[in-house]
Design a binder for this molecule. Structure first.
Ligand code: NAD
Length: 380
């Protein structure tokens, strides 16, 4: 538990049905003359989807824009370079990201290399940025990574197949938009994967060595909201209440991990994502019960509390038995939203494990894990 801490998030956060309509006016208030709208081809191609609604609002406010739709899942260095080129070729002055974590991180990465030097690999780590990014707003469309709120920018080096993170207060967008109506058509598998990312991002900070009282409160509410609504959001995507609660959970979990950090689930998921280009939420979800079972011995009382928060009856149980119930609840959630149990499902190969384990222990998220592990532990 930390007693002195920084607490970072965007200074303005729009939440609720219809807030996307405010983006044009907000762009004007920020004096954006020609933002680069950073997104992917799926979202760009949707009729009346998040991109077209963003562009409609910009047009209505008389704000010019250019669209970069070259974001790939697990955004690569080539994506931020292409996006930077489009920004410079078109004399843009600001960035608006529309999408999930990949669009937000590509927009942040673009801003980073525009003002801090072209080689982003040299900037991996914590507080490595000397200069501010161009003004940045984020329209979020998955619940989700919470990258629209965070100081993290996760990029994949396509040559080394390594995901790396640039963590800086300068990456926090100025304004975030979370409009649940933009998420009603997110397909089931994507709802499950991104929702599990939110679940993990609410559990890891709760047992992190960098947690504080404020992030604890955020984690508790986020976990309860996921328990109440994720299964329903997956089963019935047009249930506005379930979608809204998942967005609330996403924002709470995002605030929590932005300030209390994560653990081995994310440190290891980054290796799977980088190596096999697999969906981030699925990687996190598959690892969650296994890593947390390993972590129990470091703080069994925290896991016993987690079991209660997840709705398990722990009356009369020892702390250890109650803690085990939290793992059962995590597994149940994974099964209920159809997360595969084995990393074979994403093509993971044992011959890659040694190197991935070494890299996981160097990942920035490893340092706040409650139990300190060895390479052999990670391989196992
Ligand atoms: P994503 O952004 O890669 O999107 C996945 C797919 O979903 C894309 O094809 C996209 O077009 C589609 N999609 C997005 N919104 C949609 C909508 N409303 N309707 C229909 N389809 C939609 O997925 P993600 O899980 O949000 O982001 C994953 C990335 O974020 C990974 O690279 C991960 O490492 C990173 N991440 C970043 C942070 C951070 O704080 N920066 C935190 C966690 C994860």
């Amino acid at each position: 538990m930390k007693e002195n801490f920084d607490f970072l998030m965007p200074s303005v956060n729009f939440f609720g049905a219809g807030v996307i309509k405010k983006i044009g006016d907000r762009a004007k208030m920020l004096n954006m003359k020609k933002p680069l709208v950073v997104t992917d081809k799926v979202l760009e191609g949707m009729d009346n989807g998040p991109v077209s609604q963003t562009l409609d609002s910009l047009k209505a406010a008389g704000v010019d824009y250019v669209v970069f739709d070259g974001v790939e899942p697990n955004p690569k260095i080539r994506n931020i370079k292409a996006s930077k080129k489009m920004y410079l070729d078109n004399d843009c002055d600001s960035i608006i990201t529309v999408g999930g974590g990949s669009s937000h991180d590509c927009g942040k990465g673009t801003g980073i290399i525009l003002t801090n030097g072209d080689d982003i690999t040299k900037l991996a780590g914590i507080e490595t940025l000397d200069n501010p990014l161009p003004p940045l707003m984020a329209v979020n469309t998955t619940a989700g990574t919470a990258s629209e709120l965070t100081r993290h920018c996760v990029i994949t080096n396509e040559e080394t197949k390594l995901k790396f993170v640039v963590v800086s207060w300068r990456n926090v967008p100025l304004v975030s938009f979370n409009d649940p109506m933009l998420e009603l058509d997110v397909p089931k598998g994507l709802t499950a994967a991104t929702g599990m990312d939110t679940f993990v991002q609410s559990i890891e900070p709760y047992v992190s060595t960098n947690r504080n009282e404020i992030t604890d409160g955020q984690c508790v509410e986020a976990i309860k909201l996921v328990e109440e609504s994720l299964r329903e959001a997956v089963a019935n995507g047009h249930n506005v209440e379930a979608r809204t609660k998942m967005v609330e959970a996403e924002m709470l979990g995002g605030m929590a991990f932005n300030n209390a950090d994560l653990g081995y689930v994310h440190a290891m998921a980054h290796q799977l994502g980088g190596q096999y280009d697999a969906p981030h939420g699925v990687c996190c979800a598959m690892l969650l019960p296994i890593v947390e079972e390993y972590n129990i011995q470091a703080c069994p009382e925290r896991f016993a509390e987690l079991a209660k928060i997840m709705g398990e009856n722990t009356d009369g149980l020892s702390t250890r038995d109650a803690a085990e119930l939290s793992i059962k609840a995590m597994r149940q959630m994974c099964d209920d939203v159809n997360i595969p149990r084995s990393i074979k499902a994403i093509g993971a190969k044992p011959e890659d494990f040694e190197l991935m384990a070494e890299n996981a222990l160097k990942d920035g998220n490893a340092f706040s894990n409650p139990r300190k592990g060895t390479k052999e532990d990670i391989v196992k």
